[in-house]
Write a protein that binds this ligand. Sequence first.
Ligand code: ADP
Ligand code: MG
Length: 376
Amino acid sequence: MKLDATILRYITKDEIRVLTAIEMGMKNHEVVPVQLIESIAKLKRGGTFKIIQGLLKYKLIQHLNKQYSGYSLTYQGYDTLAIHTFMKRGHIREIGSMIGTGKESDIYLCVDNDGNEIVLKLARLGRISFRQVKNKRDYLNGRSRHNWLYLSRLGAIKEFTFMEALHGAGLPVPSPISQNRHAILMSLLPATTLLNVKRMERPQKVLNEAIDIAIRIARLGLVHSDFNQFNILASEDEKIYVIDFPQMVSRNHKNANEFWMRDLECLNSYFSRRFEVECAEFPKLEDIEIERNLDEEIKASGYVKQGLNKKEIEDLEQLNLVNLKEDANLEENEEEEGEEEENEEGLENNEENKENSEESLSEEEEEESKPEEDEN
Ligand code: ADP
Ligand code: MG
């Protein structure tokens, strides 16, 4: 799933409006019928259908014929909306090469307006285990919001919020720049993953430093839960950094001890195999004093600052991203089958739909939508 930067260069205002209309429709519909797209997009000159054909051609949307015919955003379409917003905010000038791809994200180098390289992370939650995600629908209040769009967005918000909090607490993490939809922008670390480091001058010092970072995170009331050679980076002069926060848990999480032990034991055995050093003994989680409860602070104010409502915060809490990661490992190649149980409810739910539309129109796409309407 490659990003096509030329699409972003040439996309028109009307195309963005139609994409945005489909995104809004998807809040209550798995597929969005043309009439609804038209009524949300309200193009001054009409021509919605023609624009839909263009968006289809560029694979920004897909046509689905389920209980009824309609359209839904593809990842490519959702990416386009997020990146378009970053460009409007003046954060990105150019999209560069892909530097990483995981089960739940794609990572791109970008160039900002000052010519600096920065990193774009696009969440791809549910790419692999959509069925598992669907099974978690009960957690998500049984609503139609269990789709990947929603989950990826929650994942990105969680990651960005934690990055801000850790960065603010002085941990060596990327500097958070901006977040929109399922995407986050951060600084490019001058470092490479431990996995790519073949030789080290002072491996024992680096291992001790990594364990020290885990301890500092624990003092903030958190466990990283994916603290390993893939998510720890080292610079040329062997300074280390940590990335990748969607699966972080509070020390109150029922499996926090288990995750803590797994993190440190795996890291220790990695260092022992590759660099022939190890840490004889690392502290138990319960022996580390909690100095601040970052998780509580984020729940109490961080998420609200990001614009999440109460329901979304609940969903984010209940959607256990650690489990999701583990499910993803089990369910390779699981594709979305697309069950239709909620479509009827969605179609009849016009009131709520209207509400959502207005809410969203007044958010990000205001600049696109307002001026044209005001002209008349
Ligand atoms: P995933 O959730 O898919 O594991 P990560 O956040 O771990 O995604 O990023 C995947 C890879 O991208 C990392 O292993 C690293 O090589 C690279 N990467 C991610 N963020 C940065 C960054 N800020 N600076 C440098 N490299 C990064
Ligand atoms: Mg990672």
